[in-house]
Design a protein around this ligand. Structure first.
Ligand code: SF4
Ligand code: SF4
Length: 377
């Protein structure tokens, strides 16, 4: 097993300062769950709102009010949500788990701690809201982009600011290490042409990918929107909708026609099989060269099924080899790409955690084990 916990802070710092190039250090991909969950948009399909309710309120309703109303109207969904969340909570007998909500001080301490780790880091700053409305989240991203051992910083945004505003926000960043995934939310964007122009401009200064969410009401325009964005020179990927819509649970409730359409736009058969058909993914590198870190610095195998590996400050043990996924559903699309099946077929080809190319010897072909169990949740 690779051990990080046997090194003191001093040794960490020493090693990182001696090995000045991140390429000389072993690579570690991190999803940092910051707990920041406030947004200036209110998409009905938001994962922050889901899967408690359907959010039938008007788009102007505050998310929290919408969630409370929805919860009051759908007590059985609240129960399902509680059970679902409980199933994903870590089991730590005899140990109290500190809260994992947003905390500015803890956030910056973890960002600064990253500079001391003996790894070449590829960090996704995970938010359940909008990254760029929080100055501290942005400050952390700026610091991280300037650490000697940072290989990539992946950021998420709804791209609701102008290009000029982003240019101002990015002052002091090392943009050569920044990748962004911007979500295209046609129900919220006031001027779609302007949004696409901004995306094309951002694409000139950082490594950008656009994500479209296959929310059922958006299925009829999915292909059209994807092509429109691609015509502007943007790389686009599609994410399955996981949640509730009109009393139906998705992705289980996608029709056959929806499934055919999604199969044609997903960039890997594996990705489609796992995220749409919920086929058991088999062995996964989560915990080996990828970890989830929460706001307390606790390190977990991944963000979906919480298996403890230690703590960023006290030390953590990585796993020595891929192991079976304990479940069938990844709650994070980038985590799903850590599976052995996916990596055999694809390799990362940029800073962006969403840009892959088929390995030369496979041409992207993937034999999916159709006999594997599918999720029945
Ligand atoms: S932009 Fe993203 S975080 Fe904000 S409401 Fe929409 S889906 Fe949620
Ligand atoms: S496939 Fe997803 S849920 Fe399963 S272990 Fe890997 S990252 Fe975690």
């Amino acid at each position: 097993m690779a051990r990080a916990d046997s090194l003191s802070v001093f040794q960490f710092v020493f090693r990182v300062s001696v090995l000045t190039s991140p390429t000389q250090l072993p690579r570690l991909k991190i999803r940092f769950g910051t707990g920041w969950d406030t947004c200036n948009y209110h998409c009905e399909y938001c994962v922050t709102d889901q899967p408690i309710g359907d959010n039938d309120d008007s788009p102007t309703t505050l998310p929290v009010l919408s969630r409370l109303r929805s919860a009051a109207a759908n007590p059985s969904k609240v129960l399902r949500k509680v059970v679902s969340v409980a199933n994903r909570l870590p089991v730590l007998p005899g140990k109290e788990t500190p809260t994992i909500g947003w905390d500015e001080g803890k956030y910056l301490r973890i960002i600064d701690r990253c500079a001391e780790l003996p790894y070449s880091l590829d960090v996704r700053i995970g938010v359940g809201g909008e990254t760029f409305i929080n100055k501290t989240v942005v400050e952390g991203a700026r610091r991280l982009s300037n650490h000697a051992n940072t290989a990539a910083v992946n950021l998420i945004s709804n791209l609701s600011f102008s290009f000029k505003q982003y240019e101002k926000i990015f002052q002091g960043f090392d943009l050569s290490r920044i990748a962004m995934v911007c979500s295209f939310h046609p129900t919220e964007i006031k001027d779609i042409d302007r949004w696409i122009e901004t995306a094309a401009e951002i694409n000139q200064i950082v490594d950008l990918a656009i994500v479209l969410v296959a929310w059922p009401p958006l299925m009829p325009t999915l292909i059209e929107n994807k092509e429109r964005l691609e015509q502007a020179g943007l790389e686009v990927f599609v994410q399955a909708f996981h949640g509730w819509h009109e009393q139906k649970k998705f992705p289980e409730s996608y029709s056959d026609a929806d499934r055919d359409l999604l199969a044609s736009v997903f960039y890997s058969k594996h990705d489609y099989a796992h995220m749409v058909d919920l086929i058991q993914p088999g062995d996964c590198y989560a915990g080996v060269d990828y970890v989830y870190v929460d706001i307390n610095g606790d390190v977990w195998r991944c963000g979906t099924y919480k298996m403890p590996l230690g703590n960023l400050f006290k030390g953590f043990d990585l796993m020595s080899r891929p192991a079976p996924c304990p479940g069938t559903e990844c709650w994070c699309d980038t985590e799903n790409l850590n599976t052995v099946a996916f990596r055999k077929q694809y390799e990362l080809n940029s800073l962006n955690q969403h840009k892959y190319r088929a390995r030369a010897n496979t041409m992207g072909e993937l034999a999916i084990d159709q006999s594997a169990t599918s999720d029945s949740n």
